[in-house]
Design a protein. Structure first.
Length: 234
């Protein structure tokens, strides 16, 4: 008889054995499965650029690998730690100026895409109807529990990296630019080296502003990306 732990019913021996076999089979197709889920993420979260796909794929693969390790054993998802590759993905989001809500949306869309793939594998691989019904109920509760569990380290990691990034060399260069634009006296050679931009030449400038940025990130990040695109075009 099943017992309940943190709201998730533990699988029976028959169900667990079936899930272990399915997980082993999926691990053999891990790269393909991760690619399908990562593709769904980029279609579902439209603000993600194409050049981010390799990072999305690596993070997705790391998460699926962890799930395939913990889920078949009925391990409690509460308190789970993010895979290393997933923490690198969090940093990439911060550096690109995306809000935390976009990162959480990535996990929600990824969960939905993975669930459809996993559900199909369970239906194809478990012949006993009772065991199948039990497996679907358990895996549904478990995967939702996993998403809830990783939300906390995602948020905390995001905020820590955002604070660190704000103090980084990029932020320091922005402060240096502000001093130059304000007309304050600066050491031209030192400032050029810090900005990696030669000050002793003729300059062309353009002004950008944003009235609304929505889900694309904070205004500074949006304007920085736009300015870079205009600079490349010119």
């Amino acid at each position: 008889m099943l017992t309940t732990r943190n709201g998730i019913q533990e699988p029976s021996v028959e169900c667990r054995l079936a899930l272990i076999a399915l997980a082993e089979d999926l691990r053999g197709d891990l790269e393909q499965v991760a690619g399908e889920v990562a593709g769904a993420i980029h279609r579902g979260v439209e603000v993600l650029s194409e050049d981010m796909f390799p990072d999305t794929l690596v993070s997705t693969q790391a998460n699926i690998a962890l799930v395939m390790t913990l889920l078949p054993e009925g391990a409690d998802p509460v308190g789970v730690e993010l895979p290393v590759d997933a923490t690198h993905y969090v940093r990439e989001f911060v550096h690109r100026g995306f809000p935390l809500e976009t990162l959480l949306a990535v996990y929600r869309v990824g969960h939905g895409a993975f669930w459809q793939l996993w559900l199909e594998r369970m239906r194809e691989g478990i012949e006993d109807r009772e065991v199948l019904a039990e497996a679907i109920a358990f895996c549904s509760a478990w995967t939702f529990g996993y998403i809830d569990a990783v939300a906390k380290p995602l948020a905390s990691g995001f905020l820590v990296e955002k604070e660190r990034w704000a103090r980084s060399a990029v932020a320091q260069r922005a402060e240096e630019v502000a001093l130059v634009l304000e007309g304050r006296p600066v050491d031209e050679q030192r400032t050029s080296a810090r900005l990696r931009y030669e000050l002793g030449r003729r300059h062309v400038a353009y002004v950008l502003w944003a009235e609304e940025v929505g889900a694309f990130g904070d205004a500074d990040s949006v304007l920085s990306r736009a300015a870079a695109a205009i600079g490349r075009a010119l």
